[in-house]
Ligand binder design. Structure first.
Ligand SMILES: [Zn+2]
Ligand SMILES: [Zn+2]
Length: 396
């Protein structure tokens, strides 16, 4: 039986989470936290964050595949018939982040997700012909990018360009002015906008109109999971339903994006390599004299825009709403102790952010902190801009 529109429920998902190490301590994402194992991510997502769908994007690594196999064999996790792996309240989508580089262009990252453990194993074997070190995260894949797209599709997978505007290793940031010059546009299932941009900024670019936008954390540690996430309308949290949402089939879809205010992203503004803000392009930084700059996401989008601001606003308004939400850990007054209190009362971070009223929060953490949480989840706060690799700051 297929669910009809009335059976759909809101589920929360974050589809870009790295693995720091395998269960026996072998590093995967070198810059990731060592306690970020497949199992620990599943537990954090299910028990503390309250995410019903997560994408773990280092599953190609043989050591990670061995961890998954052990968790499936022991019965701690189960494969869902409609794709993904069940643990507690959460379905895990198996993915891999790939770096590619076409001749004469800079490198960029893409995300490939596979429906089942078997499909990921086969995809990993295929990848191993083109990747030097399969044990590590986001390695260069020497296959042609369109072949990577075709291989993903052949396995029933999902293909999403990652953090498309960031100055380093992204499609628009370091690879191309137009995605269609590099990718087969018919084999793209969604666009990850990245931490330094939002739907409105991405709506300046016409070729992105046909795709849903995703807001993901790119977490390298447990506490960063769900610093950006998506609300989805689905009948069930499964791979198959996620694909339906990305294609807007039978009422499924992205209901809302929850992302950092782009000004909090670490590449929002153009700065010199020392991090000094450059309001107008100059030959040299007036503060330190360097002539080396890091183009910020906002300036890069202005270069690429093929729409006016009014038009971009109109197109953004047709999309799922994008909420500039501040993660709980950024809110002044919400330290680890307060967070523990909140979780013991409300269960998960998603409940704190989406269910608890200000009065209920106040009963647990006091009126001042409750008010700050309430304001922050509305996104209406003061922010010091980020740029040049430094995150912006909340001044609440
Ligand atoms: Zn990346
Ligand atoms: Zn990543």
């Amino acid at each position: 039986m297929t669910a009809n529109k009335t059976d759909l429920t809101t589920y929360y998902g974050d589809f870009h989470i790295h693995i720091g190490a395998t269960s026996d301590g072998v590093p995967v994402k070198i810059s990731g936290s060592r306690n970020l194992t497949f199992e620990a991510i599943a537990r954090e997502a299910s028990e503390r964050k309250g995410l019903q769908l997560i994408g773990i994007i280092d599953c190609h690594a043989p050591g990670v595949l061995a961890d998954i196999e052990r968790l499936l064999d022991s019965g701690e996790m189960q494969e869902h018939a409609d794709g993904g792996i069940r643990y507690g309240q959460t379905t895990i989508i198996l993915g891999t982040e790939i770096e590619f580089k076409e001749h004469g262009r800079g490198a960029a990252h893409v995300l490939c997700y596979l429906p089942s453990f078997d499909a990921m194993k086969h995809f990993s074997t295929w990848m191993s012909q083109y990747v030097r070190n399969m044990n590590l995260s986001t390695q260069r894949n020497y296959a042609r990018i369109t072949d990577i797209q075709e291989e993903t599709a052949a396995h029933g997978g999902v293909f999403i360009p990652a953090h498309v505007f960031t100055p380093h290793k992204s499609l628009y940031g370091s690879c191309a002015d137009r995605m269609c010059d590099v990718l087969d546009m018919s084999l793209i299932d969604g666009i990850e906008v990245g931490l330094s941009a939002d739907s409105k900024m991405a709506s300046y670019i016409k070729e992105l109109d046909g795709y849903h936008f995703l807001t993901n954390s790119d977490a390298h540690s447990l506490n960063k999971i769900a610093r950006e996430y998506n609300a989805l309308n689905l009948a069930l949290p499964t791979f198959k339903e996620w694909v339906m949402a990305l294609r807007a089939n039978e009422g499924r879809g992205i209901k809302a994006n929850y992302g950092l205010d782009p000004r909090l992203g670490k590449y929002h503004q153009t700065t010199c390599v020392e991090g000094h803000y450059q309001p107008n392009k100059r030959q040299k930084c007036e503060i330190c004299g360097t002539s080396r700059f890091i183009a910020g996401v906002s300036d890069r989008i202005a270069e690429l825009a093929d729409r006016s601001e009014t038009e971009a606003e109109q197109f953004a308004a047709m999309r799922a709403p994008y909420y500039h939400q501040i993660p709980l850990e950024y809110i002044p007054g919400v330290g680890p102790k307060t967070l523990t209190k909140l979780l013991s009362q409300f269960g998960t971070e998603m409940n704190v952010l989406h269910q608890a009223t200000e009065e209920e929060l106040a009963a647990v953490v006091g009126a001042d902190t409750a008010k700050r949480i309430h304001v922050a989840r509305g996104g209406d706060i003061e922010i010091a801009n980020g740029g040049g690799g430094k995150y912006g700051r909340v001044t609440l």
